[in-house]
Structure formats: structure tokens, C-alpha cells
Design a protein around this ligand. Structure first.
Ligand SMILES: Nc1nc2c(ncn2[C@@H]2O[C@H](COP(=O)(O)OP(=O)(O)OP(=O)(O)O)[C@@H](O)[C@H]2O)c(=O)[nH]1
Ligand SMILES: [Mg+2]
Length: 622
């Protein structure tokens, strides 16, 4: 897609018509006023197309939306007028978006009789282009009246097109919507230029920022019905959708792109721009959309003309974004183009500009692929691969490869291969150490408990549900012998669940008393009396017996030997297995005990799933 650019009335639309035969000014208002208002499209051979933009100073917003599709530019400058304000502004937009291929056409040469004048204009243009991405673009002198230069221009354009390499396609679909309308009998149609990937009939796509699923009913590429549209195609998609898409929305493969109202970016101001202050109100153009917001400058209070700095941008309306997305920054008021932005982090989890580690993080996000992955993990130390993929504009295999390399280099830990969850190594090691500390502390404060319940550990250490990362962390700590994970609890490696040597003798005597009485267990007070121990000591040792699994505490004063508990379970289930139900009285009789013991025992059986309570009665669980 080649985009026109240039000041109003300089002959952009006329030139596109001379090259393609298509008049892109189709609207009645355009014809009446003799100016372009909306984006127009014209096909140029079978490899390229023009998007013709308006030159009017009030319609720069439309020009910027059109520029979202451009890979190359046709910069148009009238010989009689020379370089004018929107010549500069459109060039600034192209420069900000990184459009680096182009051809310049000097139009209306018929209106200038003085050949030196054209020389002067050409010189001006060379100067103008020098600091931009379009420096050294060929300049062709034309006039639409006599047709002068049109063939030369065609030759330059063909050269440029011939040199285009197929863009690297990351494989996922993205299309910024530039038009959306209804066609009788077909329904909703949106148009745009495919940024990447392809879409087929029947595909489900996500419309952003609404985040709703839409279905592709039918497709056109370059105005012909097709089954698939590909990267670079001028496409129309007939959609099945519950919401009304509009210019500025983005169609994307599910799971790709973030909807955000706060992002980190690299901002580069144009050489001729005004100085931008911290908290300056700006307009951010991403894709075909525009959002109003404020610029929070990182590490400075202003950005001067020509300077490049990191900034955080807070927006009044959410926009879809990914790492590396390029945008245009304009002043809120008066309307003027300030420069370009490149998205670094589409949705940083923190919002202050003075965070100490922020400059280093942003530096990483502006670096190599590896650095970018680590930069994202730096502020969100645990992520699923899906969450990471939503933010990165690369193919899935490239992301997996990058993550694997970081794992190999020791910067990341992945829970599996292929990776599904990743954690930053520093964070991973901190969590491991903290887990050991927390478990040891728990043992000290809860000597009666066998270990720290998993749920409590998760709540203590993690802000969000860490998913399988928590399991992987436990597995690694277990493998290293630092903790044990037993019956849903974390137990410190040094922590024993056996009796202390000093307690062994008395505990054994207590257990003997318990076993002697079977289920009709004596009260702790009576045990203490029988054995000549203090009641407190007996209670402590009963808890220790429970901890090592030799006793079961049924109620405050009712402790039975584990053996007696298991035997009663056997007897009860065999006695009532065939019965539809039994009462507590019947159970007491079968086990040779009284109400005092049978009620807490049956309640314990209910809890253990041995029996099921139904009103006053119970039955044996299947
Ligand atoms: N004499 C002369 N007139 C031209 C030439 N090219 C365009 N024009 C006239 O200039 C006027 C503006 O041309 P357009 O092609 O509409 O200009 P534009 O750049 O598309 O204008 P906007 O889209 O509104 O920015 C029209 O009246 C054209 O006929 C040329 O080479 N010579
Ligand atoms: Mg025009």
C-alpha cells in the first residue's frame, strides 16, 4: 500500500487518477468542494494500491488513519506552492511511523515557467527530507495537464515496488479498521489493510478494544471475492457481529493484543516540534484509532525537539496495543504533530514515573528479543505463555524459542517444555527462600500442626494465583530436600513428625491406656490420675499422638487410639452395609458403647466419608 501525502490542493488525487485511472474522490461533498475528505483507494497493477489521503489541515487525523496502512509514500508537492505546512506535517507522520520508502512528485510544473524555480523547490525538498526516513527518495517533476513526467513517475514507483521484500509475517491476524458500514442483504462490512497474518471465511476474530468475538462470513481482497485475505491486502470483511465496529477498532486473532489505557513507550519528537512538558495533554494515534491522554516523561520534565525519551502515556479511552506498535503523537490543542511513539509495554502493572528500576526496564524493552521478554517479566514476574504472547508481536515459535533461550541462560524458569508458565529467575529464587522461611516460622508458631496448609502458603506469598508455577516451585523444593509436601501441607525438611525422645515413654503409656479401653476411651483427667501425670502433660501428649497418627481426636475430651478408630469403622460398616439406614442407638449397640462416644465417633465418620447422615439416621457410604 502506497500512501499519498502532501498539502491540500497540491494534486494528490489528480496524480493517483493519472497513474491508475481511478478517481478516489467519490463523495458528493468531495466533488462539490474539490477536496479530498475521506480515504480513497485505487489499485495499481496487481501488486500495489494507493491510499489517497486528504491534505486539509483539519483532516490530518484522517491522513494518520490512512498512514496505518502505508508501506511506502508518494509525497506530492506543487511546483507553484512549494513546501507548505501539511507537506511538513504529513512527512512528519510518515517519519514517525517509520515509512522509509517513497517517491516525491513535484506537480503542476505547467504553472511554473521559470525553470530555476523548480530547481529551488527541488533543493527545498531535499533539505526537508534529509533528516527523515524518506531522505534520498527520487524526485520526479510532473504536470497532469500535459502528462509530463507521469511515465518517469511510474518507472520510479515500479522500481520501488520491485525492491520490496515480502514482509516477515508473524502469523497472527491484525487489521486496523478504517471503514465500517452496512450493505443491504449482507450486513456488517469492515475494511482495512491487513497488517499481518491471514483471515479465512468462518474464522473467529476478536474485535478490540470491545473484546468481543466476531465471525468472518465472507471476504474480499482488492475488491474481488476470496476465501482468504493476507498480509498487505486491502481487505473487506463481512462480519457476523453483535457490536458495531468503527474506525479505530482492530480485528485480531484471539489472544493477540492488549486493551489498555496506560502504556510505556519510546517517544521521538520531530526536529521542528515544540518542547513537550511532563503531563502534556496529547493525542495518540495507533493504527486507525485516536485516543486523548497525557504524557508522563520518565527521567526528565520535558522532551525537546528532536529528542528521544521514554514516557508513560495515560489515556482517557482504552486502545488495543502490542509491543513495537508504532504511533503518532499530536498535541491535544492546537492540533499539531509532535512526533512518533513506539510501544514498549502495552500495560505496565505500575503507574508512577519515578519507580527506581523503570528506566532499566524500559531500556530492556527497547532492546533485543531476549531483553524484551525479560523486560516484560521484570514487572510481572510470573506469567502464562498466553499472557506473554498477547503482548508480543512475534510468531508463536519465535516467542517459544526466545523463552527457551532465556531459560537456558538462567534468566527465566519455565514449568514445562514447551513452556506454558514462566517466572523470572530472581523472583523464583526469592520465592523458594521465602517458602522455606515461612514454613519454618509456621512450625514455630503452630507446634500442634503437622505443616503449613498449601492454601495459606499461596495466600502469603503470591498476589495472584500463580497457577502451575506454585506446583513447580514445591516440586523443586522437594527435589532439593528443602521441604516436604505431605497431605496438602508444607513441612520443613528438619521438622520431624515423630515423638521427641523425652516424650516417648509417657506417650506409649497413654496409648496403652487408650488401647485397653477401645472406643470407650477415658477422659484426659482420668488418664492423668491413672498414670500419675499432670493433666496438662496428658493433653500435650495426646496432641503429639494425634500428630504422629497414633490417635484420633473426636471431640475436646474424647481421644481414641487410631487402631480403635479403624476397628470401629470396620465393625460398623460390616454391621450396616446391607441396611438402608441405622440410628445412633443401633450403632452404639453394635459397637458396644454409649451415646457419649457414639455421637462424636459418627460425626468423625461423617467427616471422613465413612457414613452419611440423613436426618436422624445414617447409612454407610458406598
Ligand atoms: N495546472 C495543473 N493543475 C493541476 C495539476 N494537478 C492537479 N491540478 C489541479 O489542482 C486541483 C487540486 O487537485 P487535487 O488532485 O484534488 O489535489 P489534492 O492534493 O488531492 O487535494 P486534497 O485531497 O484536498 O488535499 C484540481 O483542480 C486539479 O485539477 C497539474 O499538474 N497542473
Ligand atoms: Mg485529494
Amino acid at each position: 500500500m502506497i500512501g499519498t501525502a502532501g498539502h491540500i490542493d497540491h494534486g494528490k488525487t489528480t496524480l493517483v487518477k493519472a497513474l491508475t485511472g481511478t478517481d478516489t474522490d467519490r463523495l458528493r461533498e468531495e466533488k462539490e468542494r474539490g477536496i479530498t475528505i475521506e480515504l480513497g483507494f485505487a489499485f495499481y497493477g496487481d501488486r500495489a494500491a494507493f491510499v489517497d489521503v486528504p491534505g486539509h489541515e483539519r483532516l490530518v487525523k484522517t491522513m494518520v488513519a490512512g498512514a496505518a496502512a502505508m508501506r511506502a509514500a508518494l509525497l506530492v508537492i506543487a511546483a507553484d506552492d512549494g513546501v507548505m505546512p501539511q507537506t511538513r506535517e504529513h512527512l512528519a507522520v510518515l517519519d514517525a511511523l517509520g515509512v522509509s520508502r517513497g517517491v516525491v512528485a513535484i506537480t503542476k510544473a505547467d504553472l511554473v515557467t521559470d525553470a530555476d524555480w523548480i530547481e529551488l523547490v527541488t533543493e527545498d525538498i531535499r533539505e526537508l527530507l534529509k533528516p527523515t526516513t524518506l531522505a534520498d527518495s527520487p524526485i520526479v517533476v510532473t504536470d497532469a495537464v500535459s502528462g509530463r513526467g507521469i511515465d518517469d513517475l511510474r518507472r520510479e514507483l515500479d522500481n520501488m515496488i520491485g525492491e520490496f521484500e515480502a514482509p516477515e509475517d508473524p502469523g497472527f491476524f491484525r487489521l486496523p479498521v478504517d471503514r465500517s458500514f452496512l450493505i443491504k442483504g449482507h450486513g456488517r462490512v469492515v475494511t482495512g489493510t491487513v497488517w499481518s497474518g491471514n483471515a479465512k471465511t468462518g474464522d473467529r476474530l476478536t474485535l478490540l478494544p470491545q473484546n468481543v468475538e466476531v465471525k468472518v462470513r465472507a471476504l474480499q481482497a482488492h475488491e474481488k471475492d476470496v476465501d482468504v485475505v493476507r498480509i498487505g491486502d486491502r481487505a473487506a470483511l463481512n462480519l457476523q457481529t453483535d457490536v458495531e465496529p468503527q474506525r479505530g477498532d482492530l480485528l485480531a486473532s484471539p489472544g493477540r493484543g492488549i486493551v489498555t489505557d496506560f502504556l510505556d513507550a519510546e517517544v521521538r519528537l520531530l526536529p521542528g516540534s515544540r518542547t513537550v512538558e511532563h503531563r502534556q495533554r496529547v493525542r495518540l494515534h495507533l493504527g486507525t484509532g485516536e485516543a486523548i491522554g497525557r504524557l508522563l516523561i520518565v527521567g526528565a520534565d520535558a522532551i525537546a525537539a528532536g529528542e528521544k525519551r521514554f514516557a508513560r502515556i495515560t489515556l482517557e479511552t482504552p486502545v488495543p496495543a502490542m509491543h513495537s506498535d508504532r504511533g503518532v503523537l499530536r498535541l491535544y490543542s492546537p492540533l499539531e504533530t509532535l512526533g512518533g511513539v513506539r510501544v514498549l509495554d502495552p500495560d505496565p502493572p505500575d503507574r508512577r514515573r519515578t519507580i527506581r528500576e523503570l528506566p532499566a526496564r524500559l531500556q530492556a524493552l527497547a532492546g533485543t528479543e531476549q531483553d524484551v521478554i525479560l523486560g516484560i517479566l521484570r514487572s510481572r514476574p510470573v506469567m502464562s505463555l498466553d499472557e506473554l504472547t498477547a503482548r508480543l508481536p512475534w510468531s508463536e515459535s519465535r516467542i517459544t524459542k526466545g523463552v527457551r533461550r532465556s531459560v537456558k541462560d538462567g534468566h527465566l524458569v519455565a514449568t514445562s517444555d514447551p513452556p506454558e508458565w514462566v517466572a523470572e529467575s530472581g523472583y523464583w529464587n526469592r520465592m523458594k527462600n521465602e517458602t522455606v522461611t515461612v514454613v519454618e516460622r509456621f512450625h514455630k508458631s503452630h507446634p500442634d500442626e503437622s505443616g503449613l496448609p498449601r492454601g495459606e502458603w499461596v495466600a502469603k506469598l503470591f498476589t495472584n494465583d500463580p497457577g502451575p508455577v506454585a506446583d513447580a516451585l514445591l516440586a523443586e523444593l522437594s527435589a532439593e530436600g528443602k521441604i516436604r509436601y505431605e497431605a496438602g501441607r508444607l513441612v520443613a525438611a528438619g521438622h520431624t513428625t515423630s515423638l521427641k525422645p523425652a516424650d516417648e515413654k509417657d506417650a506409649a503409656r497413654i496409648l496403652e491406656v487408650l488401647l485397653r479401653e477401645g472406643i470407650n476411651t477415658p477422659l484426659p483427667a482420668s488418664i492423668a490420675e491413672q498414670l500419675g501425670l499432670s493433666q496438662e502433660r496428658v493433653r500435650t501428649l495426646l496432641k503429639s499422638l494425634k500428630q504422629v497418627g497414633s490417635a484420633v481426636i473426636l471431640a475436646e475430651n474424647v481421644v481414641v487410639a487410631k487402631q480403635a478408630y479403624d476397628e470401629s469403622k470396620e465393625r460398623l460398616t460390616s454391621a450396616f452395609a446391607g441396611e438402608s439406614s441405622f440410628t445412633a442407638g443401633e450403632a452404639a449397640k453394635a459397637l458396644g458403647t454409649t451415646r457419649k462416644y457414639i455421637i462424636p465417633l459418627l460425626e468423625a465418620f461423617d467427616r471422613d466419608g465413612v457414613t452419611m447422615r440423613e436426618g436422624d439416621k445414617r447409612r454407610v457410604s458406598k
